[in-house]
Ligand binder design. Structure first.
Ligand code: 4AD
Ligand code: MG
Length: 510
């Protein structure tokens, strides 16, 4: 078969009026007298195809009646650019061929529950919103590789099967490995450290597994992590690199995916916050901020949240009033159907806003309570991370953590012996931790102590300890959770939309 067709995306380079062939699927249809308007998709984008009886003749036009949702077609016609149309272009169809008429498609325009959609994930991926997310995922992965390749990092693949824990032994997935047991990798870091001693600067990018039982919107059991590791980098250099990387990725993706962001209705201003300098906040200060003992630019967490509660109460009143008005207009039989539908849709969307407001009003007092009573030495919970980032509106880096709550390999800060040189990056808009990393401990005796304290089998770590025996150097690295980053970039409600086929404690299919 000769490749004669173009992609919808590439049509932007074609001339007005040129004859093009497209191959794809029916994503929507609308009929009017002698005309059939199809929203056509081919994976690269969307465009409108107009089938007219006048152009096609009675017999061929008759066939358009069989265009059910997701039917596959080849269409040929003339290309016309039109701002008002889907994707800014339209094809006036001159001829077409039906490849397959689809059975009644299970996913329709009506609102489906998430559980239903997740069980239809193999089809749900075709929906416009999911398409947009996967386009952004692809651009994000590409940007990550570009960033590191341009800076002389060497990509390496870490093993998935391993005999030891990289992070902590409680979240391991165990599997049979011939006559012994093995675990699925939680992180490629320890192997990355070995490779950094061979290649200088490396990054791994692969699937990682954690037996997380928690049902949160931030946790998957299988997720993709990108982990750079750099010889001769200390914590400050590490933080500089993280900041430069996030700024690069987000700007690059915003530039490459305008259509996808438009589909998602993503406010790009919030993402532009990567261009601010990321505040670097020691853990101790973060705790004081949470407890409202210290303010940020004159505002304490308490005054901020109390202000937000007031604002939400006012908005709640406004929205409730508008819903009432819209519903009256939607039921007004004296007005046109279009006007009634418009008001109906507006009322529905306002009801969603109202739900969000009500949720915020339930949450804010709880968050405030949890933040005010935060106990020094603990890890931050999801709401604590949200409260902290609310006060800044851009990504922040929390560093110098109590060593007791960090992994065994983390370097102790010589100036603060109870603290480790770790860093977490928290994304704004309530997305929380997207990056975790730090400087690695180089003192072999301390590492041995930690391995024992964390109840890890010393034998399995002998190879890792060799890195401290032979050509030991200071080094640092971090892990970026791809899906966590995507959640923020795309402003997703739940992390399961950020990965093609999500794995959670509840779900292993499809
Ligand atoms: O903070 P974590 O546990 O750090 C590590 O694994 C280090 N070995 C990384 C390194 O220094 N090389 O995980 C790193 C990141 C988190 O910041 C988060 O973005 C993501 O991985 N992550 C998860 N994403 C989705 N679902 C989960 N269950 C995740 N757990 C961690
Ligand atoms: Mg972490």
């Amino acid at each position: 078969m000769k490749n004669t067709f173009k992609t919808i995306h590439s049509l932007n380079q074609s001339a007005e009026g040129s004859i093009v062939e497209l191959r794809g699927w029916v994503a929507g249809r609308r009929d009017s007298k002698g005309l059939c308007f199809v929203v056509f998709r081919d994976g690269s984008g969307y465009c409108q195809c107009v089938f007219s009886k006048e152009q096609l003749g009675e017999e061929l036009f008759e066939q358009t009646k069989s265009f059910s949702l997701e039917s596959s077609l080849i269409v040929r016609g003339s290309l016309h650019f039109d701002e008002r149309q889907e994707g800014g272009k339209e094809i006036q169809v001159q001829s077409f061929e039906i490849i397959s008429v689809s059975e009644e498609y299970p996913i329709s325009k009506k609102a489906h529950g998430t559980d239903f959609l997740l069980s239809q994930r193999h089809l749900w991926l075709r929906s416009k919103r999911q398409w947009a997310i996967m386009q952004i995922r692809n651009a994000t992965v590409f940007a990550i590789h570009k960033f590191f390749q341009e800076r002389e990092f060497v990509q390496m693949d870490a093993p998935i099967l391993s005999s030891n824990a990289a992070e902590n032994s409680t979240e391991l997935f165990a599997t049979e490995y011939f006559d012994r047991s093995a675990f699925l990798s939680q992180s490629g870091q320890l192997y990355g450290e070995a490779m950094a001693m061979a290649q200088g600067k490396i990054y791994t990018f692969g699937p990682t597994f954690r037996a997380e039982k928690s049902k949160t919107r931030r946790h998957l059991t299988e997720f993709w992590m990108m982990e750079p590791e750099m010889a001769f980098y200390d914590l400050d250099m590490n933080m500089d690199l993280i900041e430069e990387m996030l700024r690069y990725i987000v700007n690059d993706v915003m530039g490459r995916c305008p259509e996808a962001f438009q589909v998602l209705g993503r406010n790009l201003e919030a993402l532009q916050s990567v261009n601010q300098i990321f505040p670097r906040i020691p853990y101790d200060l973060a705790v004081q901020i949470l407890r409202s003992e210290v303010d940020v630019n004159g505002i304490t967490a308490k005054s901020y949240l109390e202000g937000e509660i007031k604002k939400e109460v006012a908005r709640q009143k406004e929205v409730m009033l508008e819903i009432e008005e819209r519903e009256l207009a939607a039921n007004d039989m004296n007005s046109k159907k279009g006007v009634r539908n418009f008001n109906r849709n507006k009322a529905d969307s306002l009801k969603n806003d109202l739900k969000q407001i009500e949720e915020n009003l339930r949450n804010y007092p709880k968050w405030l309570d949890s933040a005010s009573n935060f106990s020094h030495g603990e890890d931050f919970g999801g709401s604590d991370e949200t409260v902290l980032t609310m006060l800044y509106g851009c990504p922040i880096m929390v560093y110098r953590w109590p060593k007791a709550i960090k992994a065994f390999y983390m370097k102790v800060d010589p100036d603060y012996p109870d603290y480790a040189k770790g860093v977490d990056v928290l994304a704004p808009e309530g997305y929380g931790e997207i990056v975790g990393g730090g400087e690695r401990e180089t003192d072999i005796d301390y590492l041995l102590e930690q391995i024992e304290r964390h109840d890890l089998p010393q034998n399995a770590y002998q190879w890792y300890l060799d890195l401290r025996r032979y050509g030991n150097v200071p080094h640092s690295g971090f892990g970026l959770g791809l899906e966590r980053l995507l959640c923020w970039i795309c402003k997703l409600e739940h992390i399961r939309e950020a990965i093609p086929f999500p794995r959670t404690s509840q779900r292993l299919e499809p």
